[in-house]
Design a protein around this ligand. Structure first.
Ligand SMILES: [Zn+2]
Ligand SMILES: [Zn+2]
Length: 322
């Protein structure tokens, strides 16, 4: 994996640890009503050039990530208020639940599950092992399609799902072009095109990738504000990596209280990297002991909820420690 600035700063540019539900809903009707007046107000102000990423509103709340829906960089919310940002996305999306045992998949999901390219379902390792124990080796535990025997066959499966406009498959193919996997020539502009398509279909992983790319200016003109908007969009849909990125961004700008609020959400989803970030903030005096304790308890609760005897057996099978 090629190192990048963002990964050196603690935000992984590559994060195949989850599949989002593909939901394209931007706001609930109640929240849309709640913020309708602000949206109209913003539409008037849209042509104003901002030097900052946030403005104070007349009611004292702050709003961020302002944009019209943008087909070029992945469809984005019109804007999101700080209240909305902090009130939404506290639960992991549907793609983080194993469709066979219906338990949440522990983070990082790539470590604790397998993504089946035939149906693009993420199956927990507990169910993978159980399937093999029932003599169903070399077939998908979900749809029973035979496991592809080569990279080319895997790619063919993915392309079939891409043709069917499966956002997870488009995200997968984008990674393949980005990394030059499966015999593909590395093609970063093509991967950005694909992530944009997946983001337009509501894929939160693609929003995270576009967030990283625009924030860092990887093969595109650097646009930090756009990058942050992508993270915000994914975070309000429960994407833990994007929530972590927002926490990191706020910490970088010395907005420690906001950073803790973001980190608290992803720590309670079971993200160990985030928990470590809060611990680090506590050690530096930027988070309180109570906040760190709350994050730790939430993190441990998430871990417990993702446990099952079948999954413990899988850990032994794959010789994993945690
Ligand atoms: Zn399962
Ligand atoms: Zn399958």
């Amino acid at each position: 994996m090629r190192p990048c600035g963002l990964s050196r700063l603690g935000i992984p540019l590559h994060r195949r640890d989850a599949q989002c539900s593909g939901r394209a809903v931007l706001f609930s009707s109640s929240s849309a009503g709640r913020f309708a007046s602000l949206r109209i107000e913003w539409a008037v102000e849209e042509n104003i050039t901002m030097s900052q990423n946030e403005l104070d509103t007349t009611d004292g709340s702050r709003r961020r990530g302002v944009s019209t829906a943008d087909q070029l960089g992945g469809r984005l919310t019109v804007f999101v208020t700080e209240e909305e940002l902090m009130d939404s996305g506290h639960e992991l999306p549907e793609g983080y639940t194993c469709p066979l045992c219906c338990l949440p998949i522990a983070l990082p999901a790539a470590k604790h599950s397998l993504l089946e390219t035939c149906c693009m379902k993420r199956i927990c390792k507990g169910c993978v092992v159980a399937s093999r124990q029932r003599g169903m080796g070399n077939v998908c535990a979900f749809c029973r399609t035979p496991t592809p025997g080569s990279g080319a066959a895997t790619l063919a499966q993915v392309r079939k799902r891409v043709d069917a406009k499966d956002p997870s498959a488009i995200d997968y193919l984008a990674h393949a072009y980005y990394d030059g996997d499966y015999g593909l020539q590395q093609d970063i502009p093509r991967s950005i095109e694909l992530w944009t398509e997946a983001a337009n279909l509501g894929d939160s992983n693609a929003h995270l990738k576009l967030g990283n790319i625009y924030y860092m200016g990887v093969s595109v003109k650097q646009d930090k504000r756009r990058g942050i908007r992508h993270w915000q969009h994914a975070a309000i849909h429960g994407h833990p990596g994007s929530r972590h990125a927002l926490g990191f961004y706020e910490g970088l700008n010395e907005n420690h209280e906001l950073a803790v609020q973001h980190y608290m959400i992803s720590a309670k989803m079971g993200d160990q990297g985030t928990l470590n970030a809060i611990k680090d903030m506590f050690m530096k005096g930027h988070a309180t002991k109570v906040q760190y304790a709350e994050a730790l308890m939430g993190y441990q609760k998430a871990l417990e909820e993702a446990k099952s005897p079948q999954r413990e057996e899988a850990k032994a099978f794959f010789n994993e420690n945690d």
